[in-house]
Design a protein around this ligand. Structure first.
Ligand SMILES: Cc1cc2nc3c(=O)[nH]c(=O)nc-3n(C[C@H](O)[C@H](O)[C@H](O)COP(=O)(O)OP(=O)(O)OC[C@H]3O[C@@H](n4cnc5c(N)ncnc54)[C@H](O)[C@@H]3O)c2cc1C
Ligand code: SF4
Ligand code: SF4
Length: 400
């Protein structure tokens, strides 16, 4: 086990380590000696910061993995309720680019009952060289434990060097389980994936420290390298029906002791267009003033055939559901049109917008959102929504 300790007889109480710890894990005790608390992640920053070599970090001996055994990029394509999540083809497109640079191949991994084999032509058209279909009637419903067990066994058999998964609700639950079973690393919510062709590594970039900087993470000593990416971060490749590929069917056994039984799957977003799929989004922030005013945004979204999105404060206030939150800790959306009403334009909100056109409505002419918008409307957003709703109704306009 890795461990860290302060050599109390060497520590001078200079406090250099206190400010060096990014996790706030060090404080001086009553004797004026540094004391390391439970939030320590063993990152080692304090060891380097201590001018007196008073902190000792002992790391586990690293097992060496024969990296040459691991080849190919897998993309886990989630299929549920008879439909494939869009993030699968999006990741296939990105995997295709990486595979071409790393001179390897792309496999779409799908799990389900015998019918999932029907997805193979579409996955090949979207960039897969192979489709690996793990088939068992017990995989028809998404189940973290069953899926983790099956993916683990398949990885042991085929040794992919990279696995990409969608950061959907299910992907966010399964990816860390798979990574932990395989004793390898995982980078969640990547926004950029690139290839280090010299060292044959996946560079996994994601926002860190509240979105204030971008961190590029590599996994040089363990395999596979696993990353999750949120829906809509990458665009899928156009389907190319002329592509050829191979379908491999594995009739798999389920792991024993599956502790979760899926009784019923409910759509947390309810009826209507999901913000992840919407072409037009009417988004509201705190400038909307009250929960009841959001009804105006709903009316406009209905008239335009779109969906309502919100900023995080509205979710925190209980004004709207989390499934409608856009941003770093919400969803990434890629509509044709994003109408941002009473939204300041914080980096954490902007991180979730990949829209073709952004229209910002704000009563502050200096609002940061205006620097990120294609059209800036400097007015009261409630007036704007009311006027839009009335005008569209009066004139009978339709969104095209
Ligand atoms: C780790 C972390 C993760 C986060 N994740 C997210 C996330 O996923 N999504 C997210 O949205 N936020 C997120 N946040 C919060 C983020 O930093 C901002 O606080 C938030 O986006 C601000 O929301 P807002 O624009 O609605 O509110 P405010 O920043 O309060 O802005 C309100 C805006 O409305 C304007 N306004 C006021 N009245 C009117 C009016 N009558 N008409 C027109 N305009 C008006 C004001 O000028 C202002 O620009 C996160 C923060 C942290 C620290
Ligand atoms: S090892 Fe890292 S997390 Fe732990 S006390 Fe030192 S600086 Fe803080
Ligand atoms: S930096 Fe070193 S000497 Fe200074 S308080 Fe921390 S452990 Fe003690």
């Amino acid at each position: 086990m890795a461990s860290i300790k302060v050599l109390t007889d060497v520590c001078t109480g200079c406090e250099s380590c206190v400010s060096a710890c990014p996790f706030g894990a060090i404080a001086l005790n009553d004797d004026g000696v540094a004391q390391i608390g439970d939030t320590c992640t063993l990152c080692g920053s304090c060891v380097e910061a201590c001018p007196f070599e008073a902190i000792e970090l002992t790391k586990d001996e690293e097992k060496t993995v024969d990296l040459s055994m691991w080849q190919g990029i897998w993309v886990f394509c989630e299929i549920a309720n008879g439909a494939m999540r869009g993030v699968g083809p999006e990741l296939l497109g990105q995997a295709r680019k990486l595979a071409d640079e790393l001179h390897t191949d792309v496999t779409a991994l799908i799990l389900g009952d015998a019918e999932i084999k029907d997805y193979a032509p579409e996955l090949i058209a979207r960039g897969a060289d192979k489709v690996l279909a793990a088939v068992n009637p017990g995989l028809k419903e998404l189940n973290d434990i069953a899926y983790t067990g099956v993916v683990y066994e398949l990885v042991q058999k085929y040794h992919p060097e990279i696995i990409l998964m969608g950061a959907t609700g299910f992907g966010r639950s399964m990816a860390p389980r798979v990574a932990a079973r395989l004793r390898t690393g995982l980078t969640a919510d990547c926004t950029i994936l690139s290839a280090d062709t010299e060292n044959h590594l996946l560079q996994q970039t994601r926002p860190a420290f509240g979105g204030n900087l971008m961190a590029t993470i590599i996994c040089p000593k363990h395999r596979p390298q696993i990353a999750t990416v949120r829906p809509k971060v990458f665009a899928p490749l156009a389907a190319d029906e002329t592509r050829h590929g191979e379908l491999i069917v594995e009739n798999v056994n389920l792991p024993k002791d599956i502790l979760i039984e899926t009784l019923k799957t409910l759509n947390a977003e309810g009826e209507g267009v999901s913000i992840a799929d919407a072409d037009i989004i009417v988004a509201v922030g705190k400038g909307i003033g009250s929960a009841k005013n959001i009804a105006l945004a709903e009316q406009l979204a209905n008239l335009l055939g779109g969906a309502v999105a919100v900023t995080r404060p509205l979710v925190d206030l209980g004004w709207y559901g989390y499934t409608h939150q856009v941003g770093q800790t919400g969803k990434t959306v890629a509509p044709r049109l994003y109408i941002a009403c009473g939204i300041s334009g914080a980096i954490q909100h902007l991180a979730g917008i990949a829209a073709e056109t952004v229209v910002a409505v704000n009563n502050d002419p200096d609002a940061p959102i205006f620097s990120h918008a294609h059209y800036a409307i400097n007015c009261d957003c409630v007036d704007f929504l009311q006027t839009m709703v009335e005008t569209i109704k009066d004139k009978g306009y339709k969104a095209v």
